[in-house]
Design a protein around this ligand. Structure first.
Ligand code: AMP
Length: 144
């Protein structure tokens, strides 16, 4: 079997950290570029906890614009489909599940840090995505 044709709709969850390129490159080893979709979840509750002096809606708009630009550079860099980037708001794992269902993903790809001890108990996005996913999940080991 041709490994690169195993998955036809792949949702890659990107946090736009330094490991994002590596996570996308691993996804590209399993699927064609035109199968890949990128998602960044804006966790507004997280920003609301930060010390900000402007309305949270303005912060959200600014972050959304910045994230969109970053996703579009990734689309160009990896020759992905132009409309294959999503910026959604909410809890990362839940939103990734919802979008995976919506686009009919057969694989979700996330980065996973080698956590242990209390960090492991507190959980991670990768764990959250794995629990409750209706399709395969690839957790790409990344080191920050
Ligand atoms: P974490 O261990 O929770 O820092 O997240 C590990 C992986 O979860 C990242 O490499 C991404 O694949 C995914 N992830 C984390 N936060 C987000 C986010 N806000 N939007 C999309 N994916 C995310």
């Amino acid at each position: 079997m041709n490994v690169s044709s195993q998955y036809s709709v792949v949702l890659v969850a990107v946090d736009l950290s330094t490991s994002t390129d590596y996570v996308i490159q691993r996804a590209l080893e399993l699927a064609e570029a035109e199968s890949l979709h990128l998602v960044y979840v804006m966790d507004v509750a997280h920003y609301a906890n930060a010390f900000v002096t402007v309305p949270i809606a303005d912060v959200e708009t600014q972050i959304r614009e910045h994230v969109k630009a970053e996703l579009h550079s990734l689309i160009a860099k990896y020759s992905l489909k132009n409309d294959a980037a999503y910026v959604v708001t909410g809890h990362p794992a839940s939103q990734i599940h919802a979008l995976a269902d919506k686009i009919g993903a057969d694989l979700i790809v996330v980065g996973s840090h080698g956590r242990h001890g209390i960090q492991l108990l507190l959980g991670s996005t990768a764990n959250g995505v794995l629990h409750g996913a209706k399709c395969d999940v690839l957790a790409v080991r990344v080191d920050k």
